[in-house]
Design a protein around this ligand. Sequence first.
Ligand SMILES: Nc1ncnc2c1ncn2[C@@H]1O[C@H](COP(=O)(O)OP(=O)(O)O)[C@@H](O)[C@H]1O
Ligand SMILES: [Mg+2]
Length: 533
Amino acid sequence: MAPPTAARMKARARRGQSAEALATKQREISISEFFSKNRHLLGFDNRRKALLTAVKEAVDNALDACEEAGVAPDVRIEIEAMRKDERYRIAVEDNGPGIVPAQVPKIFGQLLYGSRFHTLKQARGQQGIGISAAGMYGQLTTGKPMVIVSRTGPRRPALRYQVAIDTARNRPEVTGEKEVAWDRPHGTRVEIELEGRYHRGRQSVEEYLKQTSIANPHVDIRYRGPDGTEMHLERVTTELPEAPLEIKPHPHGVELGRLIKMLKETRARTLGSFLRTDFSRVGEKAAAAICAAAGLEPASRPGRIARTEADRLIEAIRTVKLMAPAPSGIVPIGEALLLRSLKSEIPEAAFYTACTRSPAVYRGNPFQIEVGLAYGGALAADDLARVLRFANRVPLLHQPGACLITRTLVATDWKHYGLAQARGALPTGPLVVLVHLASVWVPFTSESKEAIADYTEIQREIRLAVQECGRRLRLFVSRRRRAADAEKKRSYIEKYIPHIGQALQDILALSAADRDRTIRDLSAILEKSRKMD
Ligand SMILES: Nc1ncnc2c1ncn2[C@@H]1O[C@H](COP(=O)(O)OP(=O)(O)O)[C@@H](O)[C@H]1O
Ligand SMILES: [Mg+2]
């Protein structure tokens, strides 16, 4: 064995470090430092995915902002190659409300800063980590800051900023702020230069935009790729989806820690009014019932409730019957629009159906499931069904295997609906299945928002929606099968009609004219039965 090196000897000596010595190394880790080392957690694990994730975060924000402001979104996306297969510049522009100058630094230059984390209502973004993370990835890989242009109204100037993140402190660094000319009266433009790789087809930016257009029939998207590809996805409706309302948490989902925090922070003076005002679906009677079941006075001060008492409150909440959470925080696409979208984006199918379930609840959060099917026609018959997954109208392109949607579809017995299906697989056939989960809080399996976590309540709703669409599909498939069988018989008979005519002529000694008339009559009867089908 080689003798230990000097460095190794020193390391050995350091082994017996005291708590004090270790303390000199112990320090806070900033969230930006954490995610710059763990960028895969946010969807930046490789160049291809990084390019898509960055575009996705910017487009999701653009759509959220436009909808919140009540404008029909016109979104423009450009990708320019700085060095092919290596470095790209993306630009995403919207006609939303813009961003007030004071907020620009924090929104783009600080992780975990946003308007949605603390609210319960349906939105594409929720964590406040999307666009700043994309900018940080760009900065880490190219050294370039983000460039933002934003304008909050026609009478205000458009301002351009360069925003970088000081990752050690998770703080923004803004430089070169100036007024620029911009043709949009209001809106935001985000530019990020990043290491990436452009591709087309599956899991590409194009695919993401096409699917976005299916789940967002009110959005107009213009796209220009680095290879000159241009795409215009026109809206099929000018009507904006109803604005989701912010809701309060439902007591049935609340956990102890959250309850304690709410009790501390509430403005309510009594426990009774706290229950009524800080939760949804708790009225006078329910509040009294909860207090009684917990053995607590409705008049007691919320701030004085001890931990053990809060524990009793949670137990009591479980025993009291309450109305399901208000569905006003979620806005589904709706069956009619879903059908229109499917028909416009997948025009080659022969059969379409859609089902929007009523709202349901998981962990106190309202959610709603929608399923759409496109079947037959020119769709590829020998492939596995194509699955389009959406969460709050955002297409999910990665990690299908880890996603509750895929798992539920695999666990469905599609043979029942007239399709072939291998064990443990998706069905085979000319089929596209769309599943949309809309919720005030989407339970993703990770911060990269790629797959939906397992919740029995959500799985059940997906299953029920699929069953309903499946039954309609079975009717279509069996009707078509019957029609095909009948047609086969008819064409068989058709082939023999001239021979029958000839035989009748021979047996009954008909004239040639009578024989031809008989043939014509028989053909007419056959044609009539064909039309009746
Ligand atoms: N294009 C935009 N127009 C207006 N506001 C925006 C835009 N992009 C981002 N924002 C604001 O910045 C916040 C942070 O965005 P982001 O980091 O993506 O987090 P999230 O979308 O999860 O809230 C958003 O909550 C929103 O308030
Ligand atoms: Mg976002």
